[in-house]
Ligand binder design. Structure first.
Ligand SMILES: C[S@@+](CC[C@H](N)C(=O)[O-])C[C@H]1O[C@@H](n2cnc3c(N)ncnc32)[C@H](O)[C@@H]1O
Length: 259
């Protein structure tokens, strides 16, 4: 059975096209600087949770980390494996994984934590991370910021792409907000056609993503045995978080038992 609430079909196949403007290299460098500030230049093992097609994971490997990437979507994991054989990509649910080892750094980027939606499942995900973290390790989580999701969300977005092999791809996303649950529902429709308009293929799916205030994320981390120590606008760490900050990068370490 297909896992729910992730990328499938044409939406998975063209994931990288839809996010082709995303500066994965720069983002990974910003996160790496924060991780190194905590664990030192020798780096070590890094786990990228909900790694998608692996673009951050591959950048972390190039920066000197030994990287494992996990994701629930078999289609995205297949694309990640086809792209790179240095990173170990595995299919896992982030609320349930047990890899049998610990990592000095655990990342979960680009809203992925929000797919867990409820407090209970988010704490389950963060607890899995805490159980896989070395005592001196660091967790970096990028999440969708509540103020901006509520105030500045665009209900309809359209992305058009022309692929290298001449296909035309169109994605329409329609977003509705459930403010009580802090969840946005995004209905995606993806269309693919040849340049002359023939042989159309379509794909639709709904994704649900939670958004968070910084205080909520701090409390959820605490419930999972982690201590948050910094929150920045992703990925401009010199700036302050405002009601226009779309995404926040939160850093946490293991809670000290006797603190
Ligand atoms: C917006 S994408 C981000 C992917 C990647 N981190 C990136 O930056 O491109 C969200 C990712 O979360 C993954 N995901 C959703 N629910 C998941 C779950 N329960 N366990 C693991 N991964 C999950 C999706 O498959 C998807 O790859």
């Amino acid at each position: 059975m297909r896992p729910p609430n992730t990328y499938h079909g044409l939406h998975a196949q063209y994931y990288d096209e839809f996010y082709s403007e995303k500066p994965y290299t720069d983002e990974a460098r910003v996160v790496d600087a924060q991780l190194v500030a905590k664990v030192g230049q020798r780096r070590g093992e890094l786990l990228d949770v909900a790694c998608g097609t692996g673009l951050h994971a591959i950048e972390f490997a190039a920066l000197g980390w030994t990287v494992t990437g996990i994701d629930i979507s078999p289609e995205l994991i297949a694309l990640a494996r086809a792209r790179d054989t240095v990173v170990e990509f595995q299919e896992h649910d982030m609320a349930e994984f047990a890899l049998g080892k610990r990592f000095r750094a655990i990342t979960c980027l680009f809203d992925s934590i929000g797919y867990a939606q409820t407090n209970e499942t988010i704490v389950a995900v963060l607890t899995r991370m805490a159980k896989h973290l070395t005592p001196d390790g660091v967790v970096a989580i990028e999440f969708l910021h509540a103020a901006t999701a509520l105030l500045h969300n665009h209900p309809v977005k359209v992305r058009r792409r022309n692929t290298d092999d001449g296909e035309r791809i169109l994605r329409i996303s329609e977003t509705s907000i459930d403010a009580r649950r802090s969840v946005m529902a995004i209905d995606y429709e993806v269309w693919k056609s040849h340049p002359d308009g023939t042989e159309q293929e379509t794909w639709s799916e709904r994704q649900l993503r939670r958004f968070f205030t910084v205080e909520e994320m701090r409390a959820l981390m605490t419930s999972a045995g982690l201590t948050s120590y910094a929150f920045f606008p992703a990925f401009s760490i010199a700036e302050s978080i405002t009601a226009s900050t779309w995404r926040v990068l939160g850093l946490a370490s293991m809670a000290r038992r006797n603190a």
